[in-house]
Write a protein that binds this ligand. Structure first.
Ligand code: ADP
Length: 467
């Protein structure tokens, strides 16, 4: 029951309020009590003062009676005691108990205020004794007042506090609970909504009532999280759909070829060879796609092991071009390397090799016979720049933004046809992989220009990474 934040808030709130109320009431009670006592004493002293002033210039016993005619109070009594301690006059006729009288006699000699316990109503008496010199003799005047009224007032004050504190706490706890419930209701609503949101309903959002308050900020943050999750889910789904689509093509080629070949018995060796050749090509393509997918999946998970070492960048570019020279000359495409500098860099040599290979392969793949692929390596102070240019058909302006997207291939039929001499079209993963490799080396790769005269891709790798 006390696990809810509402109940805990209310408990804390009431606990703190109870401490404050009790401390405040305690102090108030002490102050009220001392004020009530002081006012009792003051009124006794005043009465005593007025009485002695009226009394002192007359002869003791005779004038006492006259003076008493003026000093008749319902709540106090005045006694005049002779020097011997005898009561010679009193404002009331009612006799006081003998113990009270003997205490009064003792106190009369001491003077001042004193309290006598007991008395008619068990609340005790408060008395003030003052000297009264009449015709040279030391008399005493004692004003006595029952403490009944004072006790009553104190009891009333205590009762008010004893009833007031629990009542205030009750009202505060009910009010606090309702307030906490009202303030926290949006949190419950948010969690209910969040519970309803699953992988299929990621497009739903938590309602933001007031985006400026804390709960609104929380709801906004959760909605931001949902948007990011939705984007990630969507791209995963796209990735899966595109990947399976790309894998299906070579697989169906292999299966179709095997089915056709096996459908008729006793084929010639040439027929078997040509079928196996087709199956081998499809298997190679499948292997390449799976390797690329695996690399991208590991790069997304941040688990691709980067093997850093120091190497000559110009040698890596050179070896890429050397590996492609045979295929280039078979397609009547000229490859040139303009090495303007020797560059030592630190990074993953295999990945850099793969990045350069992807770009140069594309340049070769999409160029026609008689074309030229030029690669240049230079340093511009802050970066080592590799420029790959070709004399291919170029990439239409409206497609240029998307060529770095995964699985994006423009004009698939045309691409496949152009790339046919190169072992088939790719799966649209070459450029995204090149970009990822450049980025993990704190660099970049971009399409600098593309048109009817060809395309130019530029890779920039920061020199700080290269030293
Ligand atoms: P692919 O493996 O299909 O080549 P990429 O990601 O490397 O995939 O390239 C994406 C698309 O960009 C290619 O399908 C191709 O249409 C286009 N492209 C890439 N490089 C060039 C280039 N040098 N010339 C013309 N088109 C290119």
């Amino acid at each position: 029951m006390f696990h809810s934040v509402r109940a805990q808030l209310t408990l804390w709130y009431c606990g703190v309020l109870a401490v404050i109320l009790i401390a405040f009431s305690g102090i108030s009670y002490v102050l009220i009590a001392s004020q009530i006592r002081e006012s009792t004493d003051e009124s006794l002293a005043d009465t005593s003062h007025e009485f002695t002033a009226a009394f002192s210039d007359r002869a003791a016993e005779e004038s006492a009676r006259d003076v008493f005619l003026d000093f008749r109070y319902s709540d106090r009594e005045i006694l005049v005691l002779s020097p011997a301690g005898e009561v010679i006059a009193r404002s009331r006729t009612r006799a006081l108990p003998s113990e009270t009288m003997s205490t009064l006699r003792t106190m009369a000699r001491l003077r001042g205020f004193f309290t006598i316990p007991g008395g008619e109503d068990e609340d005790g008496l408060r008395a003030f004794a003052t000297p009264l010199t009449v015709l040279g003799k030391p008399y005493s005047a004692i004003v006595i007042r029952s403490l009944h009224e004072q006790t009553d007032r104190l009891e009333n004050a205590a009762r008010a506090l004893f009833l007031g504190i629990p009542l205030a706490l009750l009202i505060a706890s009910v009010g606090g609970y309702l307030l906490a419930r009202k303030s926290l209701a949006p949190v419950l609503e948010m969690s209910r909504k969040a519970q309803q949101i699953g992988a299929d309903t990621l497009s739903e959002r938590i309602i933001v009532r007031n985006e400026k308050d804390e709960l609104g900020i929380l709801a906004g943050t959760l909605n931001g999280l949902l948007s990011r999750l939705q984007d990630a889910f969507d791209s995963q789904r796209r990735f899966m759909a595109d990947a399976s689509h790309e894998l299906r093509t070579p697989l169906s080629i292999m299966q179709g070829e095997a089915d056709v070949t096996l459908a008729r018995p006793h084929r010639t060796e040439d027929e078997y060879r040509s079928s196996l050749d087709i199956i081998q090509q499809a298997a190679k393509r499948l292997t390449r796609i799976v390797q690329n997918l695996f690399l991208l999946a590991r790069s997304d998970a941040g688990s691709y092991p980067i093997d850093r070492s120091r190497f000559y960048l110009d040698e890596v570019v050179d070896s890429c071009l050397t590996s492609l020279r045979t295929i280039a000359s078979s397609r009547d495409i000229e490859i040139s390397f303009d090495k303007r500098t020797e560059v030592v860099m630190t990074g993953d040599e295999d990945l850099i090799h793969r990045m350069v290979l992807n770009l140069v392969e594309n340049a070769l793949k999409y160029s026609t016979a008689g074309g030229r692929v030029s690669v240049r390596l230079e340093t511009d102070g802050s970066s080592n720049v590799i420029t790959v240019s070709d004399t291919g058909p170029g990439i239409p302006l409206e497609e240029q933004d998307r060529i770095f997207d995964r699985f994006y291939r423009l004009d698939r039929a045309r691409g496949a046809q152009r790339a046919a001499g190169y072992g088939g079209a790719g799966a649209g993963l070459g450029l995204p992989i090149a970009r990822w490799i450049a980025e993990i080396h704190s660099g970049s790769v971009r399409l600098a220009s593309s048109g009817a005269e060809g395309s130019t891709f530029i890779v920039a790798l920061p020199v700080s990474h290269s030293s």
